[in-house]
Design a protein around this ligand. Structure first.
Ligand SMILES: [Zn+2]
Length: 187
């Protein structure tokens, strides 16, 4: 009896470990070597399309206004990242830069400003009995996190964009696509 049970137990344990690793992987922040193409108009997709394109965790946060676990894998990655730019994992719009990044010790990526104010949308959020300001991507309407003001952080702007890392794609500095100059053909 024991001889049969042990291999089954090992196999079950193996499957469990594989599942945990797979889950952790899907909760990482995406990194890319080149900056994504900047969307020129609003990005609208059906729920099924989003579900297909995004990882389950990205879908849960971006499309269902979920919140990633505090102090998770993404936060650890974020703290280790050097200079670079953060793009929307849903549509590629430029959202934040490392220039505005700071350690708020809150367990989520924090920025004191957006890369471009027109790329983020602020919405009043009264869910969970609190009055908060929700931050959404202005291009694809994906939920990014919340904006808190007046917390007294020692940053140039007394505000904290508290952002779910899975909603971002990080492109390290120097790997960003340079503005391509219009090529002129000499005759
Ligand atoms: Zn977006």
């Amino acid at each position: 009896m024991k001889k049969i049970l042990i291999p089954i137990l090992i196999a079950t344990l193996g499957l469990f470990v594989a599942k945990v690793i797979a889950q952790e992987k899907s909760q990482n922040m995406e990194t890319a070597k080149t900056a994504p193409e900047q969307p020129t108009k609003k990005v609208e997709k059906t729920d099924a399309e989003w579900q297909k394109e995004l990882t389950p965790e990205q879908y849960r946060v971006l499309r269902k206004s979920g919140t990633e676990a505090a102090h998770g894998e993404v936060y650890k990655e974020f703290k280790q990242q050097k200079g670079g730019t953060y793009y929307c994992a849903g549509c590629g719009a430029k959202l934040f830069t490392s220039e505005h990044k700071f350690d708020a010790h809150c367990g989520w990526p924090a920025f004191y400003d957006a890369a471009d104010n027109k790329n983020v949308k602020l919405v009043d959020d009264v869910s969970f009995g609190m009055i908060r300001t929700e931050v959404r991507c202005a291009t694809c309407d994906g939920h990014l996190g919340h904006l808190f003001k007046g917390e007294g952080f020692d940053t140039p702007k007394d505000q904290r964009y508290c952002i779910n890392g899975v909603t971002l794609t990080f492109v390290p500095a120097g790997e960003e696509k340079k503005e391509t100059p219009v090529e002129k053909k000499e005759k």
